[in-house]
Design a protein around this ligand. Structure first.
Ligand SMILES: C[S@@+](CC[C@H](N)C(=O)[O-])C[C@H]1O[C@@H](n2cnc3c(N)ncnc32)[C@H](O)[C@@H]1O
Length: 332
């Protein structure tokens, strides 16, 4: 609790994030935390359990039929809608979620971490377990792996993957979601040595199990190498620039036989800035080796037909892409 308190008050948590889109910018403004001796309360996180109603979807559709001149008004409207969603579901206040730090009685009742996760988050855990199986099938034979996850959120994937395959993890996420992931891991993997972003620089070369860093600390991972990388339900919510930046990072940091597991929406519209992020348009290269590609996840409990997953061995950044980047730099 004390370490989380220090993190929430640290400059690393408060620093603005260079590569977030409007949606996450606004979301960060609405999120609130209350740290108590035995747990972290998180308020206003619609991702955690607000159901989007058909009426909300219709409102959103109307919203995007409006002409461009009204965009900034729309952005304010969407922030208001976001706040409303965060507080009410069919008129009933639902947003008072609490992530306990330390498992307590539930942990004793269910000693296996996978069982604990299944009990708390059945569908998400199943989806992550499915992903973990694929990673086990295609990942390098040598163990333990070094794993890099971008947008780890509640860190259920970390907990499932580590329970199944062991390994050492670096998770990149926005500070507020790191607080959630850290709390969840303290429930699911209470024995793991988990570092928070304000601790990584001082940690030195001592072993750790999971390190959380923010997008402002990418230099901390440069020079490290990874066997497995993952992005789940997260690139779709980022700007094209952020996705480009992360693909570049993965191409540099994955070992030649390392794999990238990517599960995201086939197309995700971002109501806050009107952009659509398409899986097909991520900066894949023709020389990436695709080991597995499933275009419909509805067969997997917790998945849907709007989601797609791919396991690929990413090639180094193509020389034409590097050339274009250099030209862009030269021409400002
Ligand atoms: C829908 S959540 C998915 C979380 C988790 N992967 C899962 O499947 O449960 C999207 C995640 O992307 C993260 N995210 C958004 N923009 C980001 C950025 N620029 N860099 C890193 N993470 C980002 C959010 O903080 C959030 O944790």
């Amino acid at each position: 609790v004390e370490r989380l308190r220090q993190f929430l008050a640290s400059p690393v948590r408060q620093a603005p994030t260079h590569n977030i889109n409007n949606y996450w910018f606004e979301h960060r403004l609405t999120l609130a935390f209350q740290l108590e001796r035995d747990g972290l309360w998180i308020f206003n996180d619609p991702n955690l359990d607000v159901r989007i109603t058909a009426r909300d979807e219709e409102l959103a559709r109307q919203h995007w039929r409006l002409p461009g001149a009204l965009v900034s008004w729309c952005q304010r409207l969407s922030l208001a809608a976001h706040r409303r969603l965060a507080q009410f579901d069919h008129g009933v206040a639902v947003q008072r979620l609490r992530h306990r730090i330390g498992w307590g009685a539930r942990g004793e009742a269910l000693p296996d971490p996978l069982q604990r996760m299944r009990a708390a988050w059945p569908e998400r855990t199943h989806l992550m377990w499915h992903a973990s199986q694929l990673v086990g099938r295609f990942g390098p034979a040598r163990r333990p792996w070094d794993v890099l996850e971008i947008g780890s959120g509640s860190a259920i994937f970390t907990a499932v993957l580590r329970t199944q395959w062991g390994g050492r993890y670096v998770n990149i996420d926005l500070p507020e979601q790191i607080a959630v992931g850290f709390s969840m891991l303290s429930e699911f993997l209470p024995e793991a040595r988990v570092l928070l972003p304000h601790e990584v620089d001082e940690w030195g070369d001592e072993p750790f199990d999971v390190a959380f860093i923010t997008p402002e600390q990418l230099s901390w991972v440069e020079g490290r190498k990874f066997d497995v990388a993952a992005n789940m339900f997260s690139f779709g919510e980022m700007s094209a620039d952020a996705v480009e930046e992360y693909f570049g990072l993965l191409r540099r940091l994955l070992r030649p036989d390392g794999i990238f597991y990517c599960a995201n929406r086939i197309a995700k519209s971002n109501l806050n800035d009107g952009t659509i992020r398409k899986f097909d348009n991520y900066p894949w290269q023709s020389n990436d080796v695709v080991l597995h590609d499933r275009t419909d996840l509805s067969v997997i409990p917790g998945g849907s037909k709007d989601h797609r997953e791919r396991v690929a061995r990413l090639a180094a950044k193509s020389s034409s892409a590097v050339k274009l980047e250099r030209e862009a730099l030269v021409h400002g």
